[in-house]
Design a protein around this ligand. Sequence first.
Ligand code: HSE
Length: 313
Amino acid sequence: MAFSRAEAFAPATVANMGVGFDILGLALGGMGDRAIVEFQDAPEIVIADIKGDGGQLPREPERNVASVSARAFLDHIGERRGLKIKLVKGLPLSSGLGSSAASAVVTVMALNALVGEPFSREALLPFCLEGEALVSGYHADNVAPCLLGGIVLVAGITVDAIVPLPVPECFHLALVTPDYPVPTSEARAILPSVLTLKQLIHQTGKVAQLVDALHRGDLEALGAAIEGDTVVEPARACLTPHLTEARAAAKRAGAIAVFIGGAGPTLCALCDCESIAERAAAEMKRVYSQYEMRSIASQTLVDQVGAKLLKLD
Ligand code: HSE
């Protein structure tokens, strides 16, 4: 049976988990983007509508993450029909919540369903990466968890390098996103291009500790590893408003560790229960309010499902 229209959902994601720059990411419960895709007779791909972006995302198909991912997919399967894409952005842009990855994943997920699901969700990774690369380069630490859900080790950008990691019981996150967009390109340009051997040893040791802690379900060790980043967070602190105060506020509320979500400025506080996560989110928000900065705060769990099809007709 041929379908003419598909709608999908893709969750927010948080890359890095502190010390795991470009190699670790997780999917968040709750927030996400939706896309509706429909074939059209004209051969081109058009961005027919975008809601929720305040008019900020490019509508030109060659500059939009969703249409670039769709182009890669359609070219690969030799499909000549064009496509209409409608996006409903639930995720704030340039916030460290994987908005560009969600645009790519949600579109490709819907498109795969529309043509009868020729690919497994893992096999959709390369098409999504084509779109993601447009705004932040070839790294899969948002795209992979967005597709697959869970906490993911991204040991490379090919499908066989993606390793799902265990999600410890009681893993809760408090989130706060100040109204202070940080373009990923800017946050990457600020990073050091050379590390000393001592820094390399420290950083790789912390990543290994983090993966071990996830396997043992040890949230205290996980927190220590997450906050062991001595390379990326120090460089990006100047782009992340009130990081020190927000971290202190979350910890006073009982949080175990605080890290910058992806390129920021979202802050994520690791907590071991929902009530602490709620308090930590409220306390971090209070810090931004003191500086008259608007912010959105919430608490959530890791999404274990990843992108999903909502409707096919
Ligand atoms: N790992 C990336 C970064 C995520 O921190 O720059 C943002 O796309």
